[in-house]
Structure formats: C-alpha cells, structure tokens
Design a protein around this ligand. Sequence first.
Ligand code: FAD
Ligand code: UDP
Length: 400
Amino acid sequence: MQITSGLPTGFNPHEYDMIVVGAGYAGAVCARRLAETVGFRVAVLERRDHIAGNAYDYYDESGILVHMFGPHIYHTYSERVHSFLSRFTEWTDYQHKVLANVHGTLMPVPFNHQSLKLAFGEERGEQLYRKLVETFGENKKVPIMELRVKNDPDLQEVADYVYENVFLHYTMKQWGQTPDQIDPSVTGRVPVFVGDDDRYFPQAPYQGMPKEGYTELFANMLEHDLIDVFCEVDARDLLTIDEGRVLVNGEVYGGEVVYTGPLDELFNLDLGALPYRTLDMKFETLDVDQFQPVGTVNYTVSEDYTRITEFKNMTGQVVPGKTTIMKEYSHAYEPGSGQTPYYAIIDPDNRKLYERYLERVSSVTNFHPVGRLAEYRYYDMDAVTNSALELSDEIISCHA
Ligand code: FAD
Ligand code: UDP
C-alpha cells in the first residue's frame, strides 16, 4: 500500500480496476477484499488527511490515544465480521460501561436491576424488578417505548421514571426532538435491561478495542500491494454520474466504483439536502489520573452536552497524572459548512428523499453505494463491515 496526499502527476484512474471513495470501514473492507480475492488494482480516494473514516484515532499532545470523531467501541454478534476484522488487529477484552448522571447519582445505562434500586430505593426497587421479571423474563431487553405502553401501574412507574430521567432530555439534546417524535429504533438501541449485566452491549459475544487502535487496524487492512490510498482528494472533483454512466475525468469509467460518501452530495443536493445531526466535540486534558469511573457518563437530565468520554478508561492506556476527556454537543448539520454529517435522521420523509437519490444510481451497474453515509443509515461499525462484506461478495462473484 502507498498513502499519498493529493494525486500524483500522471495519475490515471482508468488504470485501476476499482475506485473506492472513502477510507472508512465501508471503503477499506471492499478495497481489501477485491484486491486479495480477484487481484483488483484499487485506488482509494479519501478527502480527509487520514484513513479510518469516523473511527480515526490518534495520540494527542499528552500522548493519550483519543477518538477524533467520538467514542468508538467495537462490538458484534457476527462471527463473520469478527473473524474478518481480527485479521488486522488483536483486541483488548474491554467491555463498555456507561453511567447516567441523574441529579448527581450515577446509575447504569442501559437501565438495569442496579439502576432500579438506585432510583427507587432498595425495597421498592426490588419489588419493581420482580414485576419486570414476571412480565418480560430475566436477562431480557425491553425498549423504553414498549415499556411505556404497558397497562400496569408498577410498569408505568418504571417507564415514567426511565423516560423522564434517562431518555427525554438526552434525546432532546441529541436530536432536538422527544423520544416520541423520533424513530423507536433509535431509543431501542439502549433498551431497559431486566438483569444485572451492566455492560452497554450486554450479550454481544465479541467486544473489545483494537490493541493498537483503530487507525492501525485500517493501516493493516489497506496494506496490500494492489491498493493505493490517496488522501486529501475529493472524489467529486473527478467522478460524476451522467446518463446512467460513471464518468471519471470526463471519460466513461469501465471499472467498479464503491462510493461511501453522502449520495445527495454527488448530485449537488439538487433534490434537497438529506438531514443529519452533527456534533461539536470539545477535548480537554486534565492533570489527574482519572476523571470518571467508566468510559462514558451520559448527562441525562442536566448540562448542554450529552456525554463525557474518558479515553484512557476505554483503551486501558496508562499515562500517569494526565487524562483526556471529551464532551459532545449535538446540533443540526448544515451542508457546505465544513461540519461532519454524523447521524442520519431516520424518518419516512428523509428515507423517501434518500430513495429518490438512490433511484438515480440504481441502473448504474458499476456504481455501488455502501456504508453509513451512502446508505443513509444509523449503522454501527460491525453493521457497515457486514454490508461491505456482502457487497464485495457480489462484486467478486461478477469477476471471479
Ligand atoms: P465513514 O467512517 O464516515 O467513512 C466515510 C469516508 O468517506 C470518510 O472518511 C469521508 O471523509 C469519506 N468521503 C466522503 N465523501 C467523500 C468524497 N466525495 N471524496 C473522498 N472521500 C469522501 N459504531 C460502533 O460500532 N461503535 C461505537 O461505539 C460507535 N460510536 C460512534 C460514535 C459517534 C459519535 C459516531 C458519529 C459514530 C459511531 N459509530 C460507532 C458508528 C461508526 O462511526 C460507523 O459505523 C462507521 O465509521 C461507518 O463507516 P463508513 O465507512 O460507512 O463511514
Ligand atoms: N439515549 C438516551 N439516553 C441515554 C442513552 C441513549 O436518551 O442515556 C437515546 C438517545 O436518543 C440516543 C439513542 O438512545 O441518541 C441511542 O443511544 P446510543 O448510545 O446508541 O447513541 P450513539 O452512541 O450512537 O450516539
């Protein structure tokens, strides 16, 4: 692999069998698989000055490994995803834990047996827990929106408490809307847990952090003789869709194109911009060993930021006397402002708009949109990896 800043003189994209737009999970997985299975020569174009997409991590001025685009915790249920990614990294056995700060009391999220006792007191908490177990069974996940419609006074009491103290204000900060107004799948990512497991991803069989960090994982994945990576290159300067064909530097491109950027940008937002939420991330290095007891504390009833992450608590890195924390402030994304489109806003109108853009590329047989941006989905890293593995299976089957 070669990583170059900008395009070298004499660069001829038509010499490559595949152009990949974006060096995040979606792009890097496809690049690697096509290079190693069918011997494609692959050019990866990335407009940032680094690989790894939103999973990018780096050592800050204090030598602490931080995640530039928000806390990233790897977890998956998929054996296939896990064995693919494990070719490029070893994992630490980190199990992510989150506490909600509710009026100064720190309680586990997902809200669980222990949280019930902290919220309602030992005796009442235990009674309510028994009711949850009778209703749903032990070690079950119950989305808050499902709990809210249960017609039982005890369950209503729990639902009201959790809705008000865990979901309402946090969701308002994160989405500018209440939990009732957003798609239930979003709050459903963090269901009430009827049990004692206090991990953020209870039951995910594979969890951890890449031992040398995410950027290193990507460097290993892209390390292949047939892959060239060009950073600080906006693919839109070369690549357009015109009358059902991909044009690269004005000429019809005969290879495959894997596109992992936002689809609306490719058409200059001419049908309207796809709505996203973005985040401002404020990093601070403090002269203490440790700031908080776990990787992330969610501020569910107070503060303007949603959560504070302390990176050393996730990576296990030992740096005496210093720690770096990060606060996230969410707001609406404005296209063309230089902000990052972090979260697709899942709703039927936005989906329809996305599908109108998708329609324009659906007949372009060598153009493949994939990933969190290009599919306009709320995907975790493992889901994107899975989507890219499936897409690469398809492309491989056409060229094997
Ligand atoms: P990206 O990582 O966004 O990569 C797309 C790349 O394409 C970018 O580098 C972009 O610069 C490049 N690009 C776009 N357009 C162009 C263009 N025109 N030319 C050239 N390059 C272009 N997932 C988890 O599993 N666990 C977590 O804990 C977790 N935490 C998260 C926290 C936050 C705050 C956010 C926002 C996401 C989190 N995720 C997490 C999700 C994870 O970041 C994504 O699933 C994953 O990074 C998506 O990979 P991707 O390749 O689809 O997109
Ligand atoms: N959420 C909440 N309170 C919490 C945790 C999550 O209200 O303490 C809601 C909120 O709407 C959030 C969604 O659940 O956007 C998904 O949370 P998750 O932690 O999965 O978000 P991400 O890590 O993707 O930002």
